[in-house]
Structures are given as C-alpha cells and as structure tokens.
Ligand binder design. Structure first.
Ligand code: AGP
Length: 622
C-alpha cells in the first residue's frame, strides 16, 4: 500500500530529492497510484511540494530527477488511494494552509470526519478529500494552540486520532528535521555516519527503501515518535519523554531487493524458492532434529500439550495455512481451524479450546492478521507468528515467532514466502507428531529427510518451465479457469487460482473437486480450461472421475500430478509432472507449475506482472 521515505542529510552532502525518489522507486512494488515529495530549500527557507498522479516516472520527470527540488531534507510518499480518488490534489505530501506543517501518512484515520468538523469550527479549510490533510492540520492546530514543540503537537494530535498511521512531518520552524510517529503501520529509521556523501538519517515504511544506504535501523514502536536530524534520531513516548530504542542490523543482502538479471521480481522470486526453502529448513534443523526455538526469546513451544490450533491469515498465507491444516491434522492428529483473518475478528470467536492461535504473514503488517493476533492475545491464548519480515509488528507482538527465511519479497504475487510458510507448517506438524508420540524416530527421520529433498525437487520442477510457457502462450485468451482437487490438492488449487486471477485478470476458481456437482459444473462450456491437481495417491481416482465429468461437458483438461502417473494422459490433454515427495509435502512442488503458468499468462497478456492493478503488497488497512 502507501510508502513513506524521508531523508535528513548534511549541508553539502547528498541532495534529498534523488534519495527520496530512489527510495520511492524501491517501494513501487507495494502498489500506488500517485506520488509526491516535499524538500526544504535551505537557501530560500521554503519547502517545495511536487506531486504527480500515476507512475513514479511522472514525478521523476516533473522534478528533473530531483534536480529541480534542491535541499538536504525532505519526505516522499507513494499513495494507494483510500479517501478520495487518485489525483494530484489528494496525493501526499499535504500541508497546512501557511505551509507551517507538511506531512505524509500511511494508514487510515477512522474519525477523520469528526476531526475535520472540529477543525472547521476553528476556521480550517480543506482542499483534498483525504484523511491525511486532516491529520496534518490537526497537528498544525495543536502546534499553534499551545505553542508547543513538534513532539507535543504531534502527541496531542495522536491521542485524538483513531485508526492506523505512520506519519512523517516537517515543521517550517525546524529546518533540517523530520518527525515520525506510528500506530499499526510500520516505520523504520536508518542512520549512516560513515563519512560518505549520503550520510544522514533515513526514514522508511519498508526496508528496501533504504537498504542501499544503511542496514542499521531502528524499528519505531507503537505510539512512539522520532525526531530525525542529519546527526541521528531521538525517540519519544506519547508523554513526550525521551526513550531509547535498540538498533537492529538488517541481514538482507543489499542486492536482495534487485531483479538480478530477471525480467520481473516475480520470476526472480520463483527461482529463489529452492534457496528460501533450504534457508528456512536449515534455520530449524539441528543435527537431524527439528528445533523450533522461537525467535521471540520466549521458551520453545511445547507442542506435546497442544490440543487444538486456530490459524488466521489472509490471501496466500491463508492458503498456506489450509495446506498446513491437512498436514498437521494428518500427521499430528491435532485439530486445526483455519480462518480468514478478516472474518476471525468479527465473528466473536470462541477461543477457550485453543492451546495456540497462529497467524501467518509474509509482511507481518497485514491489518486483519494483526487484529486477529491481538484479539487472541487479549483473550489470553498463546500466539505464534509465522512471519517473513524481521521486526515487523506481528513478529514483535506475538508470543512465539518462527521466521520464514525467504528474504525480501517484492512482487505483489507471493511465491517464495508462500513456499517458506509451507515449510514452517510441515516442521510444526512433524515435530508435534513426534512430541506427541504419534510417530516413532524412524518415521520422524524419514520425514525430515523427505523435507530436505524439497529444494532439489523444486529445482527440477523449475527446469521444466518451457513446457508451461508453451501452454500459457496457447491459453492466453482464456476467460475462465477452474482448479480442482481434493484434500491437500484442494489447498494447492486455492493458491494456484489466486496466482492466476491476481496477475492475469482471468477469472478463476479453486474448487474442491467433489463440490463441482453442487453448482459450479454448470459453468463448464466447450473449451473451458480445468486444471486438475492430483498429488495425493488416496484421492487420485476420485479426482480423475471429476475430471472426466467436466471433460464430457466440453472442458479442456490440464493435469498436474507426480511422475509415474502417466495414465492421467488418458483423460487430460496436457499433463505436467512434478517429483513426488512424501505426499504430505507435495504442495511444495505442485505449486511451482501453477505459479509459472500465471506468470507466463500474465506476460502473454502484456500485463504488469509485478504490480497488478488495484493490488498492494502489504495490506495495512482493513
Ligand atoms: C498473494 O499473492 C497476495 N499478494 C496476498 O493474498 C497476500 O498473500 C495477503 O495479502 C497476505 O499478506 P501477508 O502474507 O503479508 O500477510
């Protein structure tokens, strides 16, 4: 969703505007529809705001790559419209009437109407439809009313704002300074003091924006404030008292957020899956045993006493959890209930029976998933987060954290993070089964060995990508695609279908094969593409029957199964084979051709693979 960058640099050092534009470029993947920057010109003392609707390239050209906006301190923003259409007027930064306060904001201010009415009673007028303009003018109001410092003014505003925010604000009276605050929306501050030209203090809503400048960062906590100057950052609580925050070193390689020779981030990330899986496995396998020591510093999870698990997640993370449910229930015989996080919090869930509520999230910032976690915590249920982004809000708030080691994921359509999430869920299942005494040491070791084969099996699956490319070219004009499977294969279908719809804009559905006859089969017409996923031996023949049923209604069949099941070619016109592992882990290989198919179809249709329309990488609002 929206992205924030800020830079407070030294006089005579690097200019702010190119740094801001470079940072915004790195945040493009999050999804946006307009962008803007504000830079203070130290000669005139004026702060210039430049905004552009559409792609960042518009802003880059409008500012002559930043040269037209001189100065050493500034803030920038990419906006994903929530309040008010995408337009220059609604784009950030927003300003108070006299230019006293200028700021950018991520998140949603729920009571902005009420705050706006209050400000209007005090003669404030508004030029945009945004909630952000209200926040900026509210800060201006308190700044003027109490003649307080920026920290006091922001704090006064924050206690009256309901909703989520990451705010970056500049005050006319405080040249060279940026103030930042956050609640439920991430904000990091990075510092470089190496004697290099880009020395200064950086602000960003997401790590990739500043990774090329610094890896030493401070994660701003909930309801905390920061004051940035060229020499560093000072932190405050809501009372305005100075507090200290420990710096963290980002371990990601500086080029991890680059395309590395691939045409798209998605393709690069698809190819990074063997590594993501290997790194995630290696983090939790010690001397042939699984060690799920939590990164939260808490005592390790005691899986032997877990009676029932609830999982809440969104999108692909929810699909990973669906696959995890099959694996955990089958192996460890622990009942697992999987909820869409957006539904979980509003159905007043009965949680007393759960020993553990787990949330799964790549970003660690998804608003609904975070809310589900907080609800479980409020009710006193132990919480586990399976998260990719280190230091994210979900990672910091959960009782237990198991990180996925997928590295930064840039493409909106997740691939490697999903694959790494599956691994954590397998590890949990195997370890729980062992701790509960359901499997013996031999089976335990065999399952671990099978998991260790996954990276190579994925590599071999990727080697076959040309066949998928050929098939995608043939089906690029498809209008509807149905993915059908049973059991674990159904979970794979859900993810395959989501990949398809989000980047190709082709209508698709993932369906439990046995459910087709209860309605959906009426949609099958001559030529409709139906993809059957058949990686589970015990369900193989049942799904074949369902495939034959849709074929006799004119469907064109693609089959996806493990090597050896060549009889599938008797029914399906095009069959893709993946290496078979222990069947419980086959989602890891079977998902690869489906990711590739969506990718090649998107390419064939001339679409923006990495940044599909209307979508954002991290959904930080409800
Ligand atoms: C997947 O391709 C999507 N971009 C989306 O469904 C995503 O998985 C979902 O928004 C959850 O995000 P999270 O993992 O960061 O919580």
């Amino acid at each position: 969703m929206c992205g924030i960058v800020g830079f407070a640099g030294k006089q005579g050092g690097e200019q702010a505007a190119p740094i801001l534009l470079g940072g915004l470029k790195k945040l493009e993947y999050r999804g946006y529809d307009s962008a803007g920057i504000a830079v203070r010109d130290d000669v005139s003392g004026e702060t210039r705001i430049v905004k552009a609707k559409g792609r960042l390239a518009m802003l880059v050209s409008k500012t002559d790559e930043g040269r037209a906006v001189p100065g050493f301190c500034g803030i920038g923003h990419t906006r994903w419209a929530t309040h008010g259409e995408p337009s220059e007027l609604n784009a950030h930064p927003h300003t108070s009437e006299d230019g006293n306060v200028i700021g950018v904001h991520n998140g949603i201010i729920e009571n902005y109407q009420e705050l706006k009415a209050k400000l209007m009673r005090h003669n404030y007028t508004f030029y945009s439809e945004t909630d952000t303009e209200v926040a900026i003018k509210l800060i201006d109001y308190y700044y003027k009313k109490y003649l307080h410092t920026p920290v006091d003014a922001i704090n006064h505003a924050l206690v009256r704002i309901r909703g989520s925010y990451a705010l970056a604000v500049m005050f006319k009276d405080y040249p060279g300074e940026i103030y930042a605050a956050r609640k439920d929306s991430p904000m990091i501050i990075g510092v470089t003091q190496n004697g290099s030209k880009d020395d200064g203090t950086y602000l960003a809503s997401d790590v990739p924006a500043i990774l090329s400048h610094t890896r030493e960062v401070y994660y701003l906590g909930e309801l905390q404030l920061a004051r940035l100057t060229a020499d560093g950052a000072t932190f405050y609580n809501l009372d305005g008292d100075e507090i200290s925050i420990e710096p963290t070193t980002i371990e990601w390689e500086a080029d991890a957020a680059e395309k590395g020779g691939f045409e798209h981030f998605m393709m690069k990330e698809i190819h990074e899956q063997p590594k993501a899986i290997r790194d995630t496995l290696n983090a939790y396998l010690k001397e042939g045993q699984i060690n799920l020591a939590s990164e939260s510093g808490s005592a390790p999870l005691d899986l032997s006493s877990v009676r029932r698990i609830g999982v809440a997640a969104c999108g692909s993370a929810w699909h990973a959890a669906m696959a995890g449910k099959y694996v955990i229930e089958k192996l460890a015989r622990i009942p697992v209930d999987v909820d869409l996080a957006s539904e979980f919090r509003y159905r007043d869930p009965i949680l007393d029976e759960y020993s553990l509520i787990a949330v799964v999230s790549q970003s660690g910032e998804t608003a609904d998933t975070l809310a589900a976690l907080r609800l479980a915590k409020e009710r006193g249920i132990p919480t586990l987060a399976i998260v990719n982004v280190v230091g994210s809000t979900i990672a910091r708030e959960a009782d237990y954290v198991l990180y996925t080691y997928a590295g930064p994921e840039i493409a909106v359509a997740t691939t490697k993070a999903y694959s790494a999430q599956l691994i954590i869920l397998y590890l949990l299942a195997v370890q729980a089964a062992y701790e509960k005494g359901i499997i013996n040491l031999d089976r335990y070791s065999a399952l671990i060995q099978s998991m260790q084969q996954i990276p190579n099996a994925v590599e071999r699956t990727l080697d076959n990508k040309e066949r998928i490319q050929w098939f995608a070219a043939k089906y690029s004009s498809a209008q509807n695609v149905y993915f059908i499977g049973r059991g674990l294969d159904y979970a794979i279908c859900l993810e395959g279908s989501l990949k398809m719809k989000e980047i190709t804009y082709i209508h698709s559905e993932g369906y439990a094969a046995g459910e087709l006859k209860h309605g959906t089969i009426s949609l099958i017409e001559p030529g409709t593409l139906v993809v059957g996923v058949l990686t589970q031996e015990d369900l193989y023949e049942k799904t074949i029957s369902n495939l034959v049923e849709v074929k006799s209604r004119g469907a064109y069949l693609m089959g996806l199964t493990t090597f050896g099941h060549y009889d599938l070619e008797d029914s399906a016109s095009f069959v893709v084979y993946v290496p078979g592992l222990d069947p419980l882990f086959n989602a890891s290989t079977a998902i690869i051709p489906l990711q590739l198919m969506a990718y090649y179809l998107s390419l064939a249709r001339g679409l923006d693979v990495d940044k599909p329309r209307n979508l954002a990488k991290s959904v930080t609002v409800e």
